[in-house]
Ligand binder design. Sequence first.
Ligand SMILES: Nc1ncnc2c1ncn2[C@@H]1O[C@H](COP(=O)(O)OP(=O)(O)OP(=O)(O)O)[C@@H](O)[C@H]1O
Length: 344
Amino acid sequence: MSIISVSGVTKIYRQYRRFPGIIGSVRSLFTRQYSEEIAVKDITFSIEKGEAVGYLGPNGAGKSTMIKMMTGILLPSAGEVRVLNEIPHKARKNNSQHLGVVFGQRSQLWWDLPVTDSFELHKYIYKISDESYRKNLGFCTELLSLSDFINKPVRQLSLGQRMRVEIAMALLHEPEILFLDEPTIGLDVMAKDQIRQFLRAVNQEKKTTILLTTHDMKDIEEICPRMIIVNKGSLVYDGSVAALRSKLGDERRVVIEFAQDPGSIEISGLTLIKEEGSRKTFLFTRNGTTVFDYVSRIAEKYPIEDVSIEDVDIESIIRRLYKQLAAEDEESQGRQPILVGGAN
Ligand SMILES: Nc1ncnc2c1ncn2[C@@H]1O[C@H](COP(=O)(O)OP(=O)(O)OP(=O)(O)O)[C@@H](O)[C@H]1O
């Protein structure tokens, strides 16, 4: 049985409009006008125990709304969300023992208290046994290097330190599922790396199921073998990075270091995307001809010093997908998603 199951879920936000001015305020009392926004549109997916899934999408795609429904903060307008086989909104009290939640922008910590006091309070509220607390705190302190600032008041912590503390706190009661909304937003490269390594360890060693939203593709690469992509409320992709790569055309980047600058060269089948003197980068799409055929054809005309072939990075793939989706949106409003499905 899936640990999370979302079937046909839609969320519509309804916003009441006020008429302007004093007369308007009186009128608003009698005439209710409202606008509707479909934030999540008929989404279905399920997640198995122990998976790590990235939930992606452009701004306003409906990611936070979905996390809020899975954690029981919001109710769907239609469809059903089940987490640990319960309706999250109804089972909030019981479920909180089994869920860990980190909302990057909103803190669960006590601002003026030392970090340890927030942890102790969490231990008390969640009735964590002494042994379990010691073990989990030890795991987090070591892998997140918390000891340098664990006695400082939370308000004195840097953003990166605070995020590490938030994540540790969400894991102290050893939840089965960890939800994270943009856990690496605004952090420096080192802090991001540490959090990614930590989350990977939590998923692999403790078998905690992880679902995170992010705009940072490195988070996906390092933590999540599976990604779910949403756009304007609808699901547009559910599968692995590799499968998306091949769905969108299997592109490779070919970097050629020429013995001397050959000037501008044109080879049909290769698209020049970067020129740095004698070093040129081409984009190659697999289409029956191998990249070696192209390179040997070039080498007949121009002496080559070095060649390297790289996969296109996931960031570029997602950018391409978003561009494709935006173009499709312009072309035909409300058409069926182009890419649903595609696991491994
Ligand atoms: N409380 C609310 N009332 C009305 N509309 C809302 C509310 N919360 C979100 N929305 C709207 O629903 C849509 C989806 O918002 P949501 O925050 O879920 O997107 P998101 O994918 O998390 O975006 P981002 O990446 O920018 O955080 C947006 O158009 C947003 O304006």
